[in-house]
Design a protein around this ligand. Sequence first.
Ligand code: HEM
Length: 510
Amino acid sequence: MKLPFYGFEFGLTLRLLSAVVLLYICVRGARYCLYVRSRKRRGCEEPPKYPHRDPFLGLDYWFEQRQAAQESRWLPTSKALFARHGKTYEINNLGQRMIHTMDAQNIQSVWATDFKNWGLQPLREGIAEPFFGHGLNTTDGELWKHSRALVRPTFKRTEIANLEFLGRHVDHLLQQLPDDGAMVDLQPLFSRLILDASTEFLFGESMDSLLPDSPQDCLDFIRAFDYCLYGLGRRVRLGQLRFLHRDRKWLESIRIVHNRVDQYIDKAVELAQDPRSVEKTSDRYVLINQMAKQSQDKKALRSEILAVFMPGRDSTGHALSNVFHVLARRPDIYQTLRQEVLGCGDAELSFELLKSMKYLQGILYEGHRTLPTTAQSYRMALNDTQLPVGGGKDGNSPIYIRKGDTVMASMWGLHQDQEIWGEDAAEFRPERWEGLKAIWTFVPFLGGPRTCPAQQMVLTQEAYVLARFARAFERIESADPNPWTEARRIGFQSKYGVKVEYAFGSKIGN
Ligand code: HEM
């Protein structure tokens, strides 16, 4: 005889549920009307929309992207989507509006002219917090300004020009190569090179992972760090669904990395508290020591240092690997590079000399343009605002943006745009850079106030390594039939490594 009771409860639940659904529809409806009114008032038009099969969460798009990434075809898929829907189009990203754009005007607007209306904190803090905490790459506004001011002096011209320390690590790399020119994979070696150089640059102490007796805890650290990045990549892709990411190994890897970094921080704080430290640290700028002078909050220091170490550890190594992947398959380009470098005799490879090597610089730019380490970036609107173009039938009208909408800027799309780069946009052609100035059409480091602070350092280090190789090797040839295929972590690198054979010209040169 309890049925009526159950019946009463069921009826009430049903009515409550209907009320909630009705309220939801009303709120959505009112929001939409407001959106249309504001859009018209601003003279904005709608961008083309991705034709979702799932109109509520856009899960169809999400699964297609996941599959493309798993099958190493995320980059061509992204290019094909722009070709189909236009340079700017809208998707439903798990219930939220997201605009994809490869249009230089829109990218410049979000990253520079309309900078104050866009941020990354709401996008990153939940995803990256367990690893980074609150630092340079997870905050906006005043917190970000403070962090940026802390790292700025690290990338001063005088620091960048100091290539002597990089030279030592390149020596270590060259010593790892078999004397008979037998096949070797350069990709992990470049990764270690940059790890060794960046740990010296940031912590004042290199991990020396390229030395034969590199300690085991250093290798554990590299493995753990790489797993942290892998986990971060998964969380980025999961977006709102990141609560599904439950991985003990990831948490353990974070612990290993934090422990190691904390050891450097402890030393730096001790040094900062030592009144004689000025003499000890004056010979060169070490980021962690400088930061410890300004703050001794160890958790905050860890966040800041990881924010610089993460891109510092990985991206330049990827960029070098990508360029060498091409050079090993293009003897014509390698020989022209070698002529330019050998043409400078055995002069010291200084910042100025490297900058003056125009063909070499063209190779670096083509590397960043055609084989991206960073292909795209995201921002969320912090206020209602607009994008300058992409709306309406002809794509020339502005697009109205509501607070909370997200933009994905595709630097890869922009760098492959035939309207900008010509019909041979996909080709690796260093000569195209002769006399070319590409402002906001070539943005591997993006631009505006949050542009990559390490841009000059990256290009200088890459140039130095290229010149050292050109001096040392008469030829470098691919020992791998695979074309460049993307392997995606936070950035992109070659899935099959960079396996080469080579012939020493002379092993000397600096
Ligand atoms: C191939 C090498 C690199 C590329 C292509 C690259 C690219 C970028 C890009 C596109 C951004 C802007 C991201 C955004 O606005 O969403 C950025 C930011 C940043 N990069 Fe790099 N980067 C590279 C290497 C490095 C290195 C070696 C370091 C440090 C040693 C570094 C440190 C940073 C930092 C700290 C930021 C955040 C700046 C801020 O939010 O104010 N990057 N990088």
